[in-house]
Design a protein around this ligand. Sequence first.
Ligand code: BES
Length: 460
Amino acid sequence: MNHSDPHKLIDERREEIFADYAELLRIPSISALSAHDADTQRAARFVSEMLRHQGLEHIEVIQTDGAPLVYADWMRAPGKPILLIYAHYDVQPIDPAREWTTPPFEPTVQGDVVYGRGVTDDKNNLTGTIHAVGALLAARGTLPLNIRFLLEGEEESGGEAIEHFVRTQPERIASDIVMVADGGMYPNQPTLCYGCRGILYTEIVVQGPQRDLHSGGFGGVAPNPIFALAEILTQLKDSQGHILIPGLYALMSPISVSERALWQTIDRDFDSEYRAQIGTEVLTGETEYGVIERNWARPTLEVHGIIGGFQDEGSKTVIPASARAKVSLRLVPGQTPENVLPLLRARVAAVTPAGIKATVEPIHGGLPFYTDVTSPAFTTTMAALSEEFGKPAWAVRSGGSIPISAIFQEMLGADVFCIGFGQSSDGAHSPNEHTSVSMFHRGVHALARVIDALGAMPAV
Ligand code: BES
């Protein structure tokens, strides 16, 4: 099948590509839950087989302290740049399980929509990149540049295996350009991402009495850790969305005039779009900043879950001994998990009520990522995306985090960008995660086009 049109081949292979995607979606590779460790292993093996079938070489499932990494390459284009492609094969937990209307690990197609955990984050982009490379290779017998894949299985749980690998063995993935195939686009609007927020994920543990107490026998004299936790949380952020952690905002690098000018060129009613996607009349947060600035370029603080006291049916009159909350901050350039954690700890200590002990335990962290939108790799990819979609792509930041992006940048000195074909309305991390089947397929075409365009760039 040499010297045929790769795009024709992608169309001919539509069902075959979808079958690989569906097979991967059936593996419940939830990295946060150790009960699924065998599934992350199975997913890694399945992905390595997919790479082999698509003509990649030197395939390796690399065992780590956590979920395995999967490596593969095709390095037969001497003198041409090396493109490193990253994606992740793990997914978020399905919680709350009751809210799913289709089985989360049985991909279910209804019209142009496929439902299932991981359909948009990130098994679409992972399968899409492998098949884009496979189609280029099968159509032409060669690739326009050298390609390495490094795929991980613990992105969704803040795992450190990939960071350890990239920091200790950067020569194994030496590259000129890094395509982080994760994140997404706005509905019907191709985007290329030049910045992601970082993250500091913690648990605040609050202790009061030495054991659970009778709330009648001790009510009125014993400190209640759930109230204490509520007091602490409400003193971390005010009702206008300002984070009340002294020193936090002072760490931020200023936003450049040229970046603000870039935002001005984006013509979209984000206010109503976010309201519709959230299902709310009003948006919250720091209303003195626009919606995209709040979501992309301001630090935020969220509470993800609270545990404490009596949770069962019926009633129990108790003053609990302890309570805990999962709290994270999204970070922007200038802020790191290391420079923010002491500020958070100091604030929690300052607002902890008498009779209560509170600690802040870090769970995981990731650096913010920010890259130059004028680099040849970025502008070339923007042009290829615009061509595929027949309209100008937008350079965007994202509110989400892809922690390895900044590490690739630091360790490889490569141009890094994030690209993905799930849409922001797909419900990533939510019950009934879904995506458009035709957009998934479109993504494969777009990725093949991007790889061709990057291959046509002069060697760097
Ligand atoms: N794909 C997301 C990150 C993302 C979301 C990028 C939206 C761009 C737009 C990624 O898989 C993810 O969810 N990452 C986690 C990382 C965290 C657990 C360290 C996140 O952002 O919560």
